[in-house]
Design a protein around this ligand. Structure first.
Ligand code: NAD
Length: 513
């Protein structure tokens, strides 16, 4: 390819406060309130990405040896679709919502929910899908009307520099700013006040972000890693398991947050699954993964050494692969059979091309082992009969579930972790929702003053009216059991207190808040 790429230059620390205050000032001047302004930004970003597809691909190749197909699948194509989807829906999403689930009387106050932008927000990106996972949250933040400072990962330096070029060549510089750097620059950013911080990265750094946000009560979205189990029961199809699990580890050489960390395989299935892994590998990489343009490399020496020591410290048996080349940051797809969840292959997120198999006696043991791992996974991947899959889903927790698959996520469905794998979600409509405050607005018309007057002192003689007004009639008894004709009681009381009580309830609630 040989496209000339911009060079990454860290932002001088002393420039960071003024960069942030530029973006904050633009928000306070209401520059991003206008929906048409936001749409113009998104459309311009679309064309910046489209017109720089070669740079994006080249940067991904140089930083990660990412195959062109994977760049199209998970970087360029993903972002372009994300922008088109957002632009198509934005007018609908920004509409005020009529408040639901309210009593007739409150309807007089015309309650509605406005989707207010949060303000000036910070996005911190990871290295593995550097474009999608840094610009993805930014697309939502722009759509929702925030001003944004973004900090790409310094671990993918060419990609970080191209991200800056895309932003600076297409977006309004007073509203959207890039800060480049590593730990020191991120710390300087975290010292500023934000209206929300959106972080994608490791659980350890996630803790640092949450701590830094706490003094200012800044809300955070944390999209973190996961020690994700796959379940292979007696009824699973070993060929399907092998092809799909191999795919989950070959994309980006397993450097995906949603990729499975270990497979809990029914012991009667282990040999057949391993056999199928070998067949699938041969089919996907007839000449081996080494030297193949269809296989990424490990991001840097530090990650390579971490992965190597994970394998070196394992008590497991290598059944396939195991080849490594530090100079080329290459690690082959490697199947390892271990006998304990305490093995080094299971205790940490591998974030590399390791397929760890832990044989189990039965499904109950698999579920108990998965639940015994201290961290809540980002994804789980069950293979088995319908009943087995349902049992797995209903007795575990995770950010998401892909039945009969690995690492699959439908781009427009909400995505996010739970517990240790993160908090908050985005993608599709959720990418807009995560960046807005749902602001309740009521308007009490002057003509209901005589009804509202019940809330003003003197209170004497009003308490009974309040009680009659505000008491919803329960449709359950003291033992927590539902009453047989609860619905009838509800109907007879017009959904709660008496019909005349409505305004009184409104007043009571207004007085109590
Ligand atoms: P990382 O946590 O090392 O770095 C992420 C960002 O944090 C980078 O921009 C980096 O500059 C910054 N950072 C690093 N150390 C910091 C510190 N001490 N103080 C402040 N900022 C710091 O993560 P990574 O290596 O880029 O990405 C891999 C991790 O991210 C994996 O754990 C993976 O599972 C997770 N991840 C999660 C998702 C998701 O959507 N849930 C997606 C991709 C990656």
């Amino acid at each position: 390819m040989g496209v000339a790429l911009p060079e990454l230059q860290f932002t001088p620390l002393e420039e960071i406060p003024s960069t942030v205050s530029t973006a904050r000032k633009a928000f306070l001047e209401h520059r991003t309130r206008d929906v048409e302004f936001r749409l113009v930004q998104l459309r311009k970003l679309y064309w910046a990405i489209k017109d720089n597809e070669e740079e994006i691909a080249e940067a991904c190749t140089l930083d990660l040896h990412k195959p062109r197909f994977e760049t199209e699948l998970a970087e360029t194509g993903w972002m372009l679709n994300d922008i088109v989807f957002t632009c198509r829906n934005l007018h609908k999403w920004v509409q005020d919502e009529k408040a639901a689930d309210i009593d007739l009387n409150f309807k007089l106050m015309n309650p509605k929910i406005r989707k207010d932008p949060l303000g000036c927000v910070l996005v911190i990106g990871p290295f593995n899908f550097p474009f999608q996972l840094t610009l993805g949250p930014v697309i939502g933040a722009i759509a929702a009307g925030n001003t944004v400072v973004l900090k790409p990962s310094e671990s993918a330096p060419r990609c970080a520099a191209v991200i800056q070029k895309l932003v600076e060549s297409s977006l309004d510089p007073s509203c959207y700013r890039v800060v480049q750097g590593g730990i020191a620059e991120t710390q300087a950013l975290l010292a500023e006040k934000w209206d929300k911080i959106f972080f994608t990265g490791s659980t350890n750094v996630g803790r640092i972000i949450a701590k830094a946000a706490a003094p200012n009560l800044t809300p955070v979205v944390l999209e973190l890693g996961g020690i994700n189990p796959a379940f292979v029961t007696k009824s699973a199809d070993p060929r399907l398991v092998a092809r799909r699990m191999l795919w989950g580890k070959l994309v980006n050489a397993g450097q995906i947050c949603t990729s499975q960390n270990y497979l809990l395989v029914d012991k009667t299935m282990v040999d057949r699954v391993v056999e199928e892994f070998k067949k699938a590998y041969k089919e996907f990489y007839p000449n081996g993964a080494k030297g193949s343009p269809d296989f990424s490399h490990i991001i840097n020496e530090a990650s390579f050494r971490r992965l190597k020591s994970m394998l070196d410290n394992s008590k497991g048996k290598i059944l396939m692969g195991g080849t490594m080349d530090e100079k080329e940051l290459f690690i082959d797809l490697t199947v390892v059979q271990v006998d304990s969840v305490e093995d080094s292959m299971c205790t940490q997120e591998s974030f590399g091309p390791f397929l760890t198999i832990l044989p189990v006696d039965n499904l109950d043991e698999a579920i108990s082992l998965a639940n015994g791992v201290s961290s809540t996974p980002l994804g789980i991947y069950p293979f088995g009969s319908k009943a087995e899959v349902e049992k797995i889903i209903s007795s575990t927790r995770s950010g998401g579930v892909a039945v009969n698959d690995a690492a699959l996520h439908v781009p427009t469905l909400q995505f996010g972790g739970v517990g240790d794998s993160g908090t908050g979600a985005y993608r599709g409509r959720a990418s807009f929702d995560v960046w807005v405050h749902r602001r309740t607005i009521t308007t009490s018309p002057g003509w209901i003053e005589s009804i509202l007057a019940i809330r003003y002192p003197p209170y004497a003689g009003k308490i009974k009216i309040f009680q009659a007004a505000s008491a919803l009639v329960p449709d359950f008894d003291r033992n927590g059991q539902k009453l047989t004709f609860g619905w009838l009681r509800y109907f007879l009381t017009l959904g709660g207190g008496s019909a005349t009580a409505g305004a009184g309830r409104a007043a009571a609630v207004a007085a109590s808040e």
